[in-house]
Design a protein around this ligand. Sequence first.
Ligand code: PEP
Ligand code: MN
Length: 337
Amino acid sequence: MIVVIRPHATRPQIDEVIAEIAKLGYTPSPIFGATQSVVAAIGDETTHQTLESLTALPQVERVLRVQKRYKLVSRESHPENTVIDVDGLALGGDEFTLMAGPCSVESEAQLLETAEAVRAAGAKILRGGAYKPRTSPYEFQGLGPEGLRLLQKAKAETGLKIITEVLSENDVERVAEAADILQIGARNAQNFRLLIECAKTGKPVLLKRGLSQRIEEWLLAAEYLLAHGNPNVMFCERGIRTFETYTRNTLDLAAVAIAKKESHLPVIVDPSQGCGRADLVIALCCGAVAMGADGLLIEVHPNPAEAWSDGQQQVDFQGFAELVAKLRPFLQAVGRG
Ligand code: PEP
Ligand code: MN
């Protein structure tokens, strides 16, 4: 870290800062200027106590970080892309991964029909919420354990892997038994206790970006999972809150490119929550591929007009098959066909 001293500070004041830096376990290296001095503090910023508290001293102007706050998720610590083993399926490697299915698991017929349709179109992973985070307590909250049972049945019948959201620490064990990937929702993106519990399962985790989460905070949330022993983590960009009203959220495709640069972990895009409009899903999928995403998480429903949640953004079976066909040349163009 670099500790910037205020102009015209006295030598005893600078010595006081040097002594404090040493006390906090860093090696101080001062550079004296005619009017202003700085003290470089050498040490591991990620694990050491922060020196930011030194700004409490009147002679300290500011404290600048040199190292990034995340370590394990950073590409510096792991230059190659991480490929996650999802129950035998490689995610984040050469092959692009399609995850698709309904927003919510509603019934056996709805889920099995959808599973068959998305599998036929090329999806490898079935999505479906059994526990739903709804804005209003009067809206459908998900089928719970029965939803998990139906997801397992769909897996047994189709061979698709399963991704489903875990809403609470109380459900982690139960969801981890049924799912191949634990989905952490946007509303829980910084629920650190939940992240730690999910890390302990060792199961692959898909970490959605929070509604108003900065990219650094998103990377640090993933750092929680890795720091607690789970390297099987993928990011999911699903749109952030902005002033725009033509879309439900603003899908931040730049964040996909940044996450790929900053981290070795796979990045998935959810265009469905990302714009909240079925008619835009194809365009956003193509954009995601171009930006370097490793996969897509898409909401598909047999009859979106009758969906129990997020009907406006779900595509039907024909729409999904068309989408996959339209995506093919884009995948070929980036060498992932
Ligand atoms: C979902 O995938 O249906 C969902 C609720 O996602 P998010 O957490 O991104 O809103
Ligand atoms: Mn949804």
